[in-house]
Design a protein around this ligand. Structure first.
Ligand code: GLP
Length: 241
């Protein structure tokens, strides 16, 4: 794994964003997996600034969200669909037919998981996968314990997140909120991976994921086995290495 240390949080956002911009410039037909969360919100803001300052061709790039919340409305501002639409797809003028997202609602999620994988495979597989990391080492919605050979599936939402989404989305108490996510095996099939982490709350898990034992108990530790992974860190997230 290549580790890139940045000098400030702002540099961290720009460095990560520039990897996405450079991928699109070098390979206009690239297929890029995106993640949502606080980390990538900052990255996406930097990406928009880079694009606004010197626009580049985004008409052929394909972007997709690596995960989604099930059984909320797509228009709920916390859905991954809505976040990526607002943060990346619209500001970068990416054609809607090149924006692949799992549905939030379906009566056959097993089929949707397969269909989502096929849609990505039809575009030639993933050139660049951007990942954030959870404080417990999760990737996407793949929580600790997820097998390394997992493919696209619906994981159980952790309690805290379940509570927050329910409150913010006004979901009924019996709505089955789940985490639609590409699996660890799918992540590992990406030709290039960038794991982005910032903030002191990520320092310990970054150390475990990068320097600790490779184990499903720390999903991000699997990235030690990937030949083209770059980890981009701000000073706080790198402080325990
Ligand atoms: C969330 C998302 C992940 C994200 C991670 C980190 O649960 N499902 O895709 O990478 O947690 O989020 P944050 O950047 O807000 O810390």
């Amino acid at each position: 794994m290549k580790i890139s240390f940045t000098g400030s949080e702002q540099e961290f956002y720009y460095t990560t964003a520039s990897r996405i911009a450079d991928m699109i410039k070098q390979l206009p037909t690239a297929v890029i997996g995106l993640a949502t969360g606080r980390t990538t919100t900052g990255v996406h803001e930097a990406l928009c600034e880079i694009y606004r300052a010197a626009p580049f061709d985004t008409s052929k790039v394909t972007v997709f969200g690596m995960d989604e919340i099930t059984n909320v409305s797509r228009s709920f501002p916390g859905s991954c669909y809505d976040m990526l639409l607002r943060q990346v797809v619209k500001p970068l003028h990416i054609p809607m037919e090149n924006y692949l997202m799992p549905p939030t609602c379906s009566d056959d999620f097993a089929h949707e998981c397969k269909a989502f994988e096929s849609a990505i495979a039809e575009r030639g597989g993933v050139d660049l996968q951007i990942l954030g990391i959870g404080e417990n080492g999760h990737l996407g919605f793949n929580q600790p314990g997820t097998p390394f050979d997992s493919t696209t599936w619906i994981s159980r939402m952790d309690e805290k997140l379940d509570e927050r989404i329910r409150r913010e989305s006004g979901s009924s108490p019996d709505a089955d909120l789940g985490g639609f996510t590409i699996g660890i095996k799918n992540i590992m099939m990406s030709r290039k991976i960038i794991l982005a982490a910032n903030g002191a709350n990520k320092a310990e898990i970054v150390r475990k994921a990068l320097r600790g034992k490779i184990s499903p108990e720390v999903p991000a530790s699997v990235l030690q086995l990937h030949p083209f992974t770059e980890v981009i860190l701000d000073p706080a997230a790198a402080s325990m290495l």
